[in-house]
Write a protein that binds this ligand. Structure first.
Ligand code: AR6
Length: 166
């Protein structure tokens, strides 16, 4: 039900992939750039209609040319040392994304390591939050869903595997 693997998230055939977006929802680098590139221009067109998104929140769009049917755009916090509410905002990202997925009865979802690239959140504490929120929300919902933590690097994968086993 919950797994970690190393892959390009744009290749995953799931109901929804999560994007590590910024507040404009108008694209950027990293996984955001890769998702927009693979989804095609329809994604940006839909994102323009959304009017942005607060940090810690998430928005749903279609997946366009992606194998994934939908994209959940979550806006993670920029790491500023950990005392500016970053953990709570990251918790909120995962929670809101899971609420959208559960509300739509998605059976499968894949998350990148939100905030741990350009935004600088250290991977291990971020992975702990990701795993804990997903486990808690799934348990509370009582619904089945396949959740994939999609890691870009081998190092991130080993951190996620260790967290999943702890
Ligand atoms: N598949 C899976 N993971 C990926 C991929 C991919 N194709 N590409 C990168 N990653 P980041 P953030 C990993 O920087 O830190 C953007 O410009 C990456 O190795 O994409 O939340 C947005 O527009 C890292 O582990 O997102 C925002 O401005 C993880 O995805 C800002 O970056 C997240 O790295 C958001 O920064």
């Amino acid at each position: 039900m919950i797994q970690a693997l190393q892959a390009d998230i744009t290749t995953l055939n799931v109901d929804a992939i999560v994007n590590a977006a910024n507040g404009t929802l108008l694209g950027g680098g990293g996984v955001d750039g890769a998702i927009h590139q693979a989804a095609g221009p329809g994604l940006l067109e839909e994102c323009r209609t959304l009017g942005g998104c607060e940090t810690g929140d998430a928005r749903l769009t279609m997946g366009y040319d992606l194998p994934a049917r939908y994209v959940i755009h979550a806006v993670g916090p920029v790491w500023e040392g950990g005392r500016s509410g970053e953990p709570g905002l990251l918790v909120s990202c995962y929670r809101k994304s899971m609420e959208i997925a559960l509300g739509r009865h998605f059976m499968s979802i894949a998350f990148p390591a939100i905030s741990t690239g350009v935004y600088g959140y250290p991977v291990e504490p971020a992975a702990r939050i990701a795993v804990e929120v997903v486990r808690d929300t799934l348990k509370a919902s009582g619904k089945p869903m396949d959740v994939t933590f999609c890691c870009h690097s081998e190092g991130d994968l080993s951190i996620y595997k260790a967290v999943l086993n702890s």
